[in-house]
Design a protein around this ligand. Sequence first.
Ligand code: ZN
Length: 146
Amino acid sequence: MAAEAENVPIPSSCHCGAIKVTVPRLPQYTNYCQCTICRRYGVAWAYYHPDEVKIETKPDAITRQYIWGDRTASFNFCDNCGCMCYWWPLGPRPTDGEEYMMGVNTNNMDPEVLKYVDRKFSYSYVKVPMKAKDATHPEDLATYEH
Ligand SMILES: [Zn+2]
């Protein structure tokens, strides 16, 4: 695909259109994350720096959040139609060159636009050490930090 085409903003929205999320360019890949929460949502994430992503909501829109486990991210979905729209990093924003990103659900985009984007299935998060032992899902394979 031509380089200029990759830098065209890509819109997405939940089913009822209350929440719109626009990313600045095509993702390198989409991730069908297989952690205990993402596989239930059936999402395909693309990752961007939060400053690059435009989130617009209709005046009467309600964005619901689900926060669990280590509380490192909120999962944001539409209260009206239930579609998962994005996850947002919680806690302090890193000041140095540390990675800082959010996930946008590419299943809310036009599938035609994503036709040639690589699709990955990530299992790594299932085994990432967690700190919040009490709040995890029973199926989670994570090991716990003490
Ligand atoms: Zn909606």
